[in-house]
Structure formats: C-alpha cells, structure tokens
Design a protein around this ligand. Structure first.
Ligand code: GFB
Length: 317
C-alpha cells in the first residue's frame, strides 16, 4: 500500500504539540500519548489564538516541536454547523492554514491533520472509499465545515508534493466520548441526546425529543479508539492520500436514541421532530486502508456509550 512504512516512524524522545488539547480529540490524544516516550507541549486559547498567524509562527519558532497533531477546530452538531457557516469556514480555514504553513517553515518532522467524514459528497457510494472525495455535491448542513476540512487535507497533500513535507491527514467518522460538549442545542447527537434523556429521567418526562426523522444512519467512533488509531497512523503511515477512520458499523438515529435511553435509564417515548434537519442520509466510511496498515477499532457502541454516560455523571451533571 502506498505510504505504508516498513520501519515505523520513531516517536521516542520527540516533542509533540497537540493543537487543540482541550477538545474532545486533543484530550484523548494527550492521554494516549502519555503511553509513548515523548514530550507533549500545549498552549491554552487565552495565551494563543490559533487564528493569529504571527502568534502561531512565533510560538512554533520558540517551541520547535518535531511532531504536530492538528486537532484544533471549531466543531459542533448539525444546528451549530448550519447556523454559523461563516465561523465554521473562517475559523477552521485560518487555524489550519496558519499551523500547516508555519509547520513547514520550522521544518517539523511530521504533521497529522484531523478532518471528518463530512468531506465526502452527500450521495457518495457507501461505504465511502477515500477516492470518493470531490466526486459530487456536499451535504448543505455542514458544507462550510467540509470545505475547510477539504482545504486542510489538500494543503497537507500540496506541501508534501511541493516541499516533501511529511504531512498526513485522517478523516474520522462521528466521534463521541469523555470530554465531549454536552450541549443540547449546539452539540453532536450523542451528548445532546444524553443530556436530554438524563434531564428527562430526573424530571419524569414522558417524551424525548429526537431531531429529524430518526432514519439517517451514522457510524460512531469512540474517542479513545480514535486516539489509538492516530498514533498508529503517525508511526506507520507517510502517504499523500487521506485515511478514513471508522468502525465499519452504522446505526440509525432511532436505534441510537433507544440505546441512549437504555444507558441513561430513561423510559419515556421517542418523539421525532421533523422540523429539525436530518443531514446526510448515511456516512459510513470504508476502513480498508487503515486495516491494511494494521489497525481496527475495539470499543462497541454500547460499551462506549456506557463509559461516556459515566463520565458525564461524574464530571458534568
Ligand atoms: O451529530 P449531528 O449533529 O451531526 O447529528 P451530523 C446527527 C444526526 O442526529 C442528524 C440527529 O440526523 C440529527 O438530526 N439528531 C437527533 C440530533 N437528535 C439530535 C439532537 O438532539 N442533537 C443533534 N445534534 N442531532 C456532523 C457535522 O453532522 O457530523 C459536523 O455537523 C461533523 O460538522 C460531524 O462533520 C462528523 O452527523 O449530521
């Protein structure tokens, strides 16, 4: 396979910058990297705004990490994406542009850019192989986010082609887990439904409001599986193509809502609010390339949901 390394890339004694360490993805990567013999560097948002080009360059020139994991992004669920398209496009484009360009200038050894399965066309053939990129129109509800992520992965490709930089990109499916944003309006479906079901249980509500028709299908990847896959990619891959990361399993939103009610212990009825958008009908990725590199996901949705709810109870509710 193109890009598969015969000798693994050495992470031992390297300095790794996790851009976005406070987020769902960045937090899980920090935890996973604590098992590698490397030094992690981070900087908080109030000390460095990643949209500030000069500030990013100065910080990188001072720290000189040899690896960058670009997990910083403006993210949110379907309503956040469709109501704030300017912020999703601008913030994400400028963050990735600043970091990727400066990474080249300070000659980092390796950079890993995080994208999302929403880069693929709305009606892409399922499960979506990497070559489905740019073969058709995008899903409208997250077009801005997708365009920014496509630009980021193309930037990694372009810096590799023109300057020989070892920049790779990963496109994970819908993520969830400890450290997520449990916001019922702006969050993704799992944390949003968990909060709603939890409040419903506490208040003895008879109904749970589920957005859309309940028929769209999604592939959900547990955040600690993602972090493990990213470290695997860093060590074993150095190619031009982006790489999908998923579980190979999809569930309808109705099935997901039922599972969340079970985990939470909410016994009311599901009510589907079709005034809210469904988004893409399906977003299942083909994981063959990642499997060829030797990685498969481990955590079932049931297990991941139980761990996530426990974390929510201990840390948020
Ligand atoms: O997770 P989600 O917001 O994002 O929604 P997308 C997934 C599905 O769950 C949609 C339904 O069909 C929603 O209508 N849903 C049901 C809900 N109830 C709820 C609820 O209470 N909250 C939310 N949020 N959804 C995202 C993109 O799309 O995919 C992101 O917006 C990112 O940018 C991510 O790319 C991977 O899967 O539709």
């Amino acid at each position: 396979m193109e890009g598969k390394l015969e000798t693994p890339f050495q992470m031992e004694n390297t300095k790794v910058w996790i851009a976005g360490h406070r987020g769902l993805v960045g937090g899980a990567i920090a935890k996973r990297l604590s098992r590698e013999n490397c030094t992690i560097v981070t900087i908080d948002r109030d000390e460095l705004d990643l949209r500030d080009q000069v500030g990013v360059k100065k910080w990188l020139e001072k720290e000189k990490p040899s690896i960058i994991i670009l997990a910083a992004a403006k993210v949110g669920g379907i309503v956040a994406n469709s109501t704030q398209p300017a912020d999703f496009l601008y913030d994400n484009l400028v963050i990735e542009t600043n970091i990727i360009k400066a990474a080249h200038e300070i000659e980092v050894k390796k950079l890993l850019f995080l994208g999302s399965s929403c880069i693929y066309p709305r009606d892409a053939k399922q499960p979506m192989v990497e070559e489905e990129l740019l073969t058709g129109p995008l899903e409208k509800t997250n077009e801005s986010y997708a365009i920014a992520k496509i630009a980021g992965l193309k930037m990694c490709e372009a810096f590799r082609t023109q300057y020989g930089c070892d920049f790779i990109s990963a496109q994970p499916t819908n993520l969830y887990g400890e450290g997520d944003k449990f916001d019922p309006e702006m969050g993704h479906v799992i944390p949003a439904l968990m909060v709603k079901a939890h409040k419903g249980k506490l208040n003895n509500y008879s109904k749970l409001n589920v957005w859309g028709s309940g028929t769209p299908k999604r592939e959900f990847l547990y955040i600690h599986d993602l972090a493990d896959a990213l470290v695997h990619l860093l060590k074993n891959y150095s190619g031009k193509s982006h790489i999908n990361i998923g579980t190979g399993e999809e569930f309808s939103i109705k099935q997901l809502a039922e599972k969340i009610c079970d985990v939470v212990g909410f016994q009311g009825e599901l009510v589907f609010d079709t005034t809210k958008p469904d988004g893409s009908p399906r977003k299942l990725v083909n994981n063959s390339r990642l499997a060829e590199l030797g990685w498969n996901s481990k955590t079932s949705l049931d297990e991941g949901l139980a761990k996530t709810y426990k974390w929510y109870l201990d840390n948020v509710s």
